[in-house]
Design a protein. Structure first.
Length: 440
């Protein structure tokens, strides 16, 4: 079957002419996903994101209505936690890191074809993971092995870039590289714990991946990019990113990983429990307070004049709020003997912070690399605030009440809707040539 050839554009003084832009193939083609790492990584991430969001909304509908009577081979909560931690987010990481990473490190970019197999392994593995959750646990284990294989390969490729680099500043890239290794180990632990039928260890491995892998990558990128994005959009705001801030965020992630394993068998008992909860609560409150202050210093108020920038700053603000809420949870738990609102603070982190940063960063990269203006239009801005509403609903559902189930269903449905609209839109961009006619 003959395919219409892509007409190479002759760039004059940096910009193709109107006549040349008119020759661009405006149809969507899968082969265009191989033109740049962000195209392939982001598109596959969107597929997993939309599928997992729709699946979780169906699970919540089944819980409140029992209409579907879905069968389960694995705990749906465990399946949800795993795909939200290791599913679409590492695919987004790959798209971003293999686009920005070579520039950070001063090395030639990798050919996209090298990323194709490991990214397809991850995306296929996570879609199969959702399917296996209803059919058989062995299918889910096989799916995880596929996803783990892809993640290990991506981690190896990223470290290859680091080893080739002669750049003086490699701190952020190396921190991310170490986090990716932690992610591989955590996912391997999840596979092993499922084989050994150890659900508590499986959940601990997922939380280790969340704090030690996903959060570390996010805060490393945020520390490097948010001040830069802010100063670029607002020249009067100077770039300010002291390294003690990065160390503080990494310390918070380390403490939370340690807490996961300290509390592996449930909340501590006796006098040790009070000491632990008090110390952890004070640490989380103090760290969260510093990060809230940092959000203001980094230009939170000034960023509100620029929607896309505001999305980044509000996402970072949620990190401080999540830690503060976690500290309050620990201190309130001293009165009851066990932490309260734990899932509330966890979702303030995952939905409030990480998902908001994901929405902002992926939108910004997609706009810039598709030849569009670096702006959040009315649709993206509306989706962002609907995400904030879904986050608030999910935090409210953490308070045990008669409405908790319906609040959780509402949050899941709103999340699925936001991600479906956003995913379909950006997925369309990634399969088209750039609107400005430039390569990439």
């Amino acid at each position: 079957m003959n395919q219409r050839p892509v007409i190479p554009l002759r760039v004059t003084q940096g910009k193709p002419s109107a006549e040349e832009r008119a020759k661009i193939d405006h149809r969507w083609h899968a082969r265009y996903l191989l033109l740049a790492p962000h195209r392939l990584g982001f598109f596959l991430a969107m597929v997993v994101l939309v599928a997992s969001g729709a699946w979780w909304a169906l699970v919540q509908f089944d819980r409140v209505s029992a209409v579907l009577a879905l069968p389960y081979a694995l705990s749906p909560s465990l399946v949800h936690a795993a795909v939200m931690t290791f599913g679409f987010i590492p695919l987004f990481f790959s798209g971003f890191l293999f686009t920005a990473g070579p520039k950070w490190l001063g090395v030639p970019p990798l050919e996209v074809q090298l990323l194709l197999a490991p990214l397809l392994l991850q995306a296929t593995g996570w879609l199969l993971w959702l399917t296996g959750a209803h059919l058989h646990a062995l299918i889910s284990v096989a799916a995880l092995v596929m996803a783990w294989t892809g993640l290990v390969r991506i981690t190896w490729l990223f470290w290859r870039l680091i080893r080739l680099s002669r750049a003086e500043d490699q701190l952020h890239a190396r921190t991310i590289g170490v986090a990716c290794v932690a992610g591989c180990l955590s996912l391997a632990g999840l596979v092993l714990s499922l084989v050994l039928d150890a659900p508590a260890v499986a959940l601990a491995c997922i939380l280790t991946g969340l704090w030690g892998f996903v959060l570390v990558v996010f805060v490393s990128v945020a520390h490097r990019m948010i001040p830069f994005f802010t100063s670029s959009a607002m020249p009067l705001v100077a770039v300010w990113r002291p390294f003690w801030v990065l160390w503080l965020m990494l310390a918070a992630a380390t403490v939370e990983v340690a807490a996961v394993w300290v509390e592996l068998d449930g909340p501590l008992q006796g006098p040790a429990a009070s000491v632990w909860m008090l110390a952890r609560g004070i640490f989380e409150l103090a760290t969260g307070g510093v990060l809230l202050w940092l959000a203001v210093v980094w230009g939170l108020v000034q960023s509100l004049k620029n929607r896309l920038l505001a999305m980044l700053h509000i996402g970072f603000l949620w990190l401080g709020l999540a830690l503060v809420l976690g500290g309050i949870s620990q201190l309130l738990g001293l009165l009851q003997g066990a932490p309260v609102l734990g899932l509330g603070s966890l979702h303030a982190l995952t939905m409030g912070c990480l998902a908001s940063l994901m929405l902002a960063m992926v939108t910004r990269v997609s706009c810039g690399h598709s030849g569009r203006a670096l702006v959040a239009d009315r649709l993206v801005w509306s989706l962002f605030w609907l995400l904030q509403a879904a986050t608030v609903l999910r935090i409210a559902a953490a308070v045990q009440s008669a409405l908790a189930g319906w609040l959780l269903f509402s949050a899941a449905l709103l999340w699925a809707t936001v991600m479906a609209v956003w995913g379909v839109r950006l997925g369309s961009w990634h399969g088209h040539l750039r609107a400005d006619g430039r390569p990439g």
